[in-house]
Design a protein around this ligand. Structure first.
Ligand code: ZN
Length: 262
């Protein structure tokens, strides 16, 4: 079984036609042997890859797709946070994704605290976009040094680091390795530019080290449709870790962390 915990709807030149985008996503996951996926909306209303309301409608009654909530706390207030609370309660979202770096906001910003508290309340994870290659300024906002601060301040929160703060995987590994509440998805790590910047050997070494140190904390994710599902499956399959550990990465860890009824 494979669960992809990090997918987006495909971008297209024409806005709208979200049913077609969903159909393409479902076709592509099926073609790659992925059983189900966690869809991540954009926190920008009217986005080409779907905002929260659009994605909510699309995943309704779709057993292969689950959803994360998202929000831009710089623009949205308590009403949106109450809405996320309601969606959690109804089981419509399985966590929250935030985009520090895309959005100029530090993880320690107090406007994010209600989100952390919500995730703790429902015992579901917060996913944090990290890294960003050459975008130095963007990476300043999502530096793992702040993630560690959040993990210390809120010991009950479960945090997923997306993209391993590429290209500084070793730095991210060293700072976060001893926090059992910090998880990692593998999204983007098989992308050609990320491989070029970070080095395939470093990517593999860090994934092997972390899978051995925290076997329950690594989750298969791809960042489809920006990235190839096939390449990410190949990357995980190529790691020198046991079959049992690979099964954890491919689906068992996501099933447990997102509390998916599969
Ligand atoms: Zn993504």
């Amino acid at each position: 079984m494979i669960i992809d915990c990090h997918v987006h709807l495909p971008l297209s030149k024409t806005k709208g036609k979200f049913k077609d985008k969903k159909a393409k996503l479902l076709r592509d996951i099926e073609r790659n042997g992925v059983d189900c996926a966690i869809l991540i909306p954009d926190n920008l209303t009217g986005s080409n890859i779907g905002d929260l309301d659009t994605c909510l409608k699309l995943v309704e009654n779709e057993e292969k797709l689950f959803l994360l909530g998202t929000i831009d706390v710089r623009k949205e207030g308590m009403r949106s946070i109450s809405k996320l609370d309601f969606l959690f309660k109804k089981g419509k979202i399985k966590g929250i994704k935030i985009y520090p770096g895309h959005d100029p906001i530090y993880l320690t910003d107090k406007r994010l605290i209600p989100l952390y508290k919500l995730c703790i309340k429902y015992n579901l994870p917060i996913m944090i976009h990290t890294g960003g290659g050459k975008m130095k300024k963007a990476r300043e906002y999502n530096d793992p040094k702040y993630i560690v601060k959040i993990a210390k301040k809120f010991p009950k929160i479960k945090i997923i680091i997306s993209h391993y703060f590429e290209p500084n995987l070793e730095y991210c590994y060293n700072l976060t390795k001893n926090f059992m509440s910090i998880y990692y998805d593998t999204s983007g790590l098989a992308d050609k530019d990320v491989v070029k910047e970070s080095g395939l050997k470093t990517i593999k070494d860090v994934l092997i080290k972390i899978a051995r140190k925290k076997p329950n904390n690594v989750l298969f994710g791809t960042d489809y449709a920006c990235c190839s599902i096939k390449k990410h499956i190949k990357l995980i399959s190529s790691l020198n870790i046991s079959k049992e550990m690979k099964d954890k990465v491919f689906y068992k860890n996501s099933k447990r962390l997102f509390r998916l009824n599969l």
